[in-house]
Design a protein around this ligand. Structure first.
Ligand code: 5AD
Ligand code: SF4
Length: 477
């Protein structure tokens, strides 16, 4: 095992304060899921002690990191076209005597490795998602200009053990992400994640709890636990046993000031009874769950290697609704998986009608090289996929509109996230992740307040505060 030459610790990390002009500027471009958003934050944090502060645009940046996603079609083409644009900027800056380090991170970096620097030799660093803690060392090597630095191994050590806590310069945020688990062992037929993110690994519970406390101390009131297969979490607990997600949720719910807990993305197979019971017991666990089902046809679910049936999913939703009657659901669907017939697609439509989703994402199947489905017979023609996608999306849209319309007139708790666009207006977030706008004082930021939903806008709700105290009314006047 090769150990990093440079390891960031509290001892060698130079203090960074926002009063000082950063020595160097970093521009991050982030594509893909919330895990990537979290990882981009961590990459900024790991570089902050080297003097890197944020740059508004790549033209102002001494280093640009492109954090990529490989989940769906043309991911690699998209990366090379963005790199082409960054190359021009790098060359313009070079003509002005300025160096620009160009790094490609994330799942495309993991999947393509050295192919990226072969096709784009102006790229300095290619780093996979398991190697972010080694970024300072890679930057030092890139500065020495000894050729491209490529790090896409799955290292034996856990990257989490070496990543710093949120940097002192990081913005205070009322809502925060916290990665607790990475990778996936499920091997769904269509999916690249088990290949790009590797085997399932969970952080120890104590590390998660410490990071959650740190986030709360910095102002977070809502934490979304992240993982490719988050409800398969099985981190080492303080009692020497492995903790599941339910046990972790109970421990996190005890942190004073942490009002809301969410987790994403889950697999139906890992939705165990303890976790369902936690939804009944813990008011902090939000009654909104993203639970991808992918298809409503048992034949296609089997071909997808999902290892559950459509009725298993229906029963699971029923159990969750019994545990927490105000629970709402979101899901992911793929149309046109190899072998999907019109009847299979109709089974998906029926499942959607039966469940009634608050929202859902749907995608046309796109073959990912190296996955089992990519080599399967029975590819569905593109126009057929287009037709199915449009039909499914129209149904989902109608359900989403209906769900939002049903919140109008209700009294719901809203977490105030900050000032709105107009004077006297504040923004917040409903338990169902709906954006809410209302009149009120910015001093409510970070509080969960009761509101009455008054109306619907395109992507948000309007509401009024209930029982606003006289001070609040004066402040908002
Ligand atoms: N084609 C289409 N959609 C896909 N997804 C994952 N892989 C593919 C693919 N090859 C979708 C799944 C998953 C979501 C994150 O992306 O629905 O849940
Ligand atoms: Fe991909 Fe999710 Fe299936 Fe894992 S469970 S292989 S991440 S779709």
């Amino acid at each position: 095992m090769s150990l990093p030459e440079f390891r960031l610790t509290a001892a060698n990390a130079a203090p960074v304060t926002t009063d000082h002009k950063p020595l160097r500027r970093l521009h991050m471009i982030t594509w893909g899921c919330q895990m990537n958003v979290y990882d981009s934050g961590k990459m900024s944090d790991v570089l902050a002690p080297l003097g890197y502060g944020p740059a508004e645009s790549p033209a102002d940046a001494d280093m640009v990191i492109l954090n990529t996603c490989h989940i769906r079609e043309r991911a690699t083409d998209k990366v090379f076209s963005e790199l082409g644009r960054l190359r021009v900027i790098k060359e313009t800056r070079a003509a002005e005597g300025k160096q620009t380090i160009l790094a490609v991170a994330g799942c495309v970096a993991q999947a393509e490795g050295a192919f990226i620097t072969e096709r784009a030799p102006y790229v300095d660093i290619v780093l996979g998602p398991q190697t972010y803690h080694r970024l300072p060392e890679m930057v030092a090597r890139a500065h020495r200009a000894a050729g491209p630095v490529i790090e896409t191994d799955f290292p034996v050590e856990q990257k989490f053990d070496f990543l710093p806590e949120t940097a002192p310069s990081a913005e205070r945020a009322v809502t925060a992400f916290l990665t607790i688990q990475e990778g996936c062992d499920k091997f769904c037929s269509f999916c690249v994640v088990p290949y790009t993110r590797g085997a399932e690994a969970s952080r120890p519970a104590a590390a998660v709890i410490a990071e959650a406390k740190h986030l709360v101390a910095r102002g977070a009131r809502e934490i979304t636990l992240l993982g490719q297969n988050v409800n398969a979490y099985h981190g080492a607990g303080a009692d020497g046993r492995d903790w599941g997600l339910a046990r972790l949720a109970y421990a996190l719910a005890d942190i004073p000031g942490l009002d809301r807990i969410r987790y994403t993305t889950s697999h139906p197979r890992d939705m165990d009874d303890d976790l369902i019971a936690a939804h009944a017991d813990l008011p902090a666990l939000m009654p909104f769950l993203h639970l991808p089902v992918q298809s409503g046809s048992d034949r296609i679910l089997a071909a997808m290697n999902r290892r559950h049936t459509a009725d298993d999913y229906r029963r699971l939703i029923e159990k969750l609704r019994t545990a927490r009657p105000d629970m709402a659901f979101s899901s992911d669907f793929i149309v046109g998986h190899p072998g999907e017939t019109a009847a299979d697609f109709e089974a998906t439509m029926q499942l959607v009608r039966d469940i009634g989703f608050a929202q859902a994402y749907s995608f046309k199947y796109s073959p990912r090289p190296g996955t089992p489905a990519a080599g399967s017979p029975g590819m569905v023609a593109e126009p057929e996929k287009d037709g199915r996608l449009a039909e499914l999306q129209a149904l989902i849209r109608a359900q989403q509109d209906d769900f939002n319309a049903r919140t109008v007139g209700l009294e719901i708790p809203v977490l105030v996230t900050g000032a709105g666009r107009h004077a006297g207006q504040i923004n917040g977030r409903s338990p169902y992740l709906q954006a809410v706008h209302m009149d009120g004082p910015v001093s409510l930021t970070g509080q969960v307040v009761p509101v009455k939903v008054q109306g619907l806008m395109t992507n948000s709700l309007t509401a009024t505060l209930i029982n606003a105290s006289p001070t609040q009314e004066r402040a908002s006047a």
